[in-house]
Ligand binder design. Structure first.
Ligand SMILES: [Zn+2]
Ligand SMILES: [Zn+2]
Length: 357
């Protein structure tokens, strides 16, 4: 009895993803196009058969229960490829480059997270970022073989990309057309794969890209660089590159849409006597005048010192809340002065005073 789990080198409770991953690795190693050693093709058939059974819920259940497949029970001469609906493209996508029958496959989109400071979000900035992506192999121009002579018509399907099989079922013989498993529907095979890309036509590259962060950007915005993603397969168009922006929290400012909010502590004497304070903004420092008799939590507006609108018209404001701080550590001298002050001070009659008088 064949042990499909051993064939793929996975445990009996391996999940679908694990099985798929194991198969991909082995298929790449033993695929007859890539591996010319004797026995590679046989091995490839074995692992494909194992994959086929273990990723088909019905077949897997049957196999787990009886140690064999229904087909094997029904027919002699089981062919590893005699399945219905086994989609090779599923497996080969990613490393043989794309789905069968469509030779020019668009590259994948790539997304990166991008952290920006509130200052950068306010002023806008150009940022250099390192990314990794699949690029067309320059050695073979994405064809998978360095010389055109190394790409041959597939002899299994005569270049059609399809294979026709006759299947015997309890209901009779059926003819079925499926993608050619030798060439994955490509119609061509590589006699000698490009050594740079192993015949894949694409190679992984590290790149520096410059990203323009527009002023006024908010968390969650996506910046798109059209065509900056993975290169397409066999001349297909490239995918897009995205940066998902996350505006970092600021240690001084809170953001409220286009406005920014800051709380600035001031002394009781400044609040009572009035004066000027220096306040940080996203664009440098500003002086704010505090009128005499300012109450705690009074808001002052610095016009246009918020974030600009992404649409390009108008800007938010900076809202400065002054927080009057009651002194906690007084010297003897200061206490005496305050007591002296208190003798001369009659507070305004508050609502509370009026209630009790
Ligand atoms: Zn190449
Ligand atoms: Zn073929």
């Amino acid at each position: 009895m064949k042990d499909y789990y051993t064939t793929l080198g996975v445990s009996r409770n391996a999940g679908r993803d694990e099985i798929k991953k194991a198969y991909k690795t082995l298929a790449k190693k033993y695929h007859p196009d890539l591996n010319k050693e004797a026995g590679a093709a046989e091995k490839f058939k074995e692992i494909t058969e194992a994959y086929d059974v273990l990723t088909n819920d019905q077949k897997k259940q049957h196999y787990d229960q009886f140690g064999t497949t229904e087909e094997q029970q029904q027919h002699e001469g089981y062919s590893p490829f005699s399945d219905f609906g086994f989609d090779m493209s599923d497996v080969f996508e990613g490393f043989f480059g794309g789905k069968r029958r469509s030779r020019h496959v668009r590259g994948s989109d790539i997304a990166y997270d991008m952290d920006v400071t509130l200052e950068d979000a306010a002023s806008g900035k150009k940022k250099r970022v390192t990314i990794h992506r699949m690029e067309q192999c320059t050695a073979c121009s994405g064809k998978g073989a360095a010389r055109d002579d190394d790409i041959k018509q597939c002899s299994t399907c005569n270049g059609s990309g399809y294979a026709k099989r006759t299947i015997r079922t309890p209901f009779g013989y059926f003819s079925q057309t499926s993608p050619c498993t030798t060439c994955q529907g490509e119609g061509t095979v590589l006699v000698c794969a490009c050594s740079e890309c192993d015949g894949l036509g694409r190679v992984r590259k590290e790149r520096q890209v410059e990203v323009e962060i527009p002023a006024g950007i908010m968390s969650g915005f996506k910046l798109r660089i059209s065509g900056g993603g993975d290169a397409g397969v066999k001349g297909g168009p490239s995918g897009d590159l995205y940066f998902v922006v996350m505006v970092r929290e600021h240690k001084l400012f809170e953001r409220d849409g286009q406005d920014i909010i800051i709380k600035v502590p001031i002394s009781v004497t400044l609040a009572a006597l009035g004066g000027e304070i220096e306040v940080p903004t996203l664009f440098g420092k500003e002086m704010v005048s505090i009128p005499a008799g300012t109450q705690t939590h009074t808001a002052f507006k610095l016009k246009g010192k918020g974030l600009p609108s992404l649409q390009g018209s108008g800007a938010g404001h900076e809202i400065v809340y002054v927080i009057v701080e009651t002194p906690t550590k007084l010297t003897q001298k200061q206490k005496e002065l305050l007591m002296e002050f208190d003798k001369t001070y009659t507070p305004k009659k508050s609502l509370l005073n009026r209630l009790f008088s």
